[in-house]
Design a protein. Structure first.
Length: 132
């Protein structure tokens, strides 16, 4: 659950990040804005995860008492959400959209897919039950 919250936090912060033009000027490895957006998202995700994991939220947002299937399902949904974010932020990122099978693109690499992937964890949480 901490990972899920970190995804939402990182995506929100990346969306309003005001320093992309400065990063483009300073970056030596790429000047491509979409690639920088992906890198900033991944850095913010890692930072949010570390900070949230070390906070008091750790015990509150644990899936420790949840059965195996919902945990696996939540992991798959989180992976889909992250992939959809990356594919939407930077379709040119390592030419990834060109390497995807054309049948997968509507499910991961469109704005509508990103919307549904962002809703999927919330729906899963609504239908999950804690054993306690």
């Amino acid at each position: 659950m901490i990972s899920l919250l970190a995804i939402y936090v990182a995506f929100s912060l990346q969306t309003v990040f005001p320093y992309f033009s400065k990063l483009q000027q300073l970056a030596t490895f790429t000047k491509d804005l979409p690639t920088l957006r992906v890198i900033v998202f991944l850095i913010l995700y890692a930072l949010a995860f570390v900070l949230l994991n070390g906070s008091i939220l750790r015990g509150r947002f644990s899936l420790g008492e949840t059965s195996f299937l919902p945990v696996i399902l939540m992991g798959v949904v989180q992976l889909g959400f992250i992939l959809s974010i990356v594919f939407n932020l930077a379709p040119t990122f390592f030419s990834i959209n060109e390497r995807l099978p054309k049948d997968i693109i509507p499910y991961l690499a469109t704005r509508q897919a990103l919307f549904y992937w962002s809703l999927a964890p919330i729906v899963l949480l609504l239908f999950s039950r804690n054993k306690s």
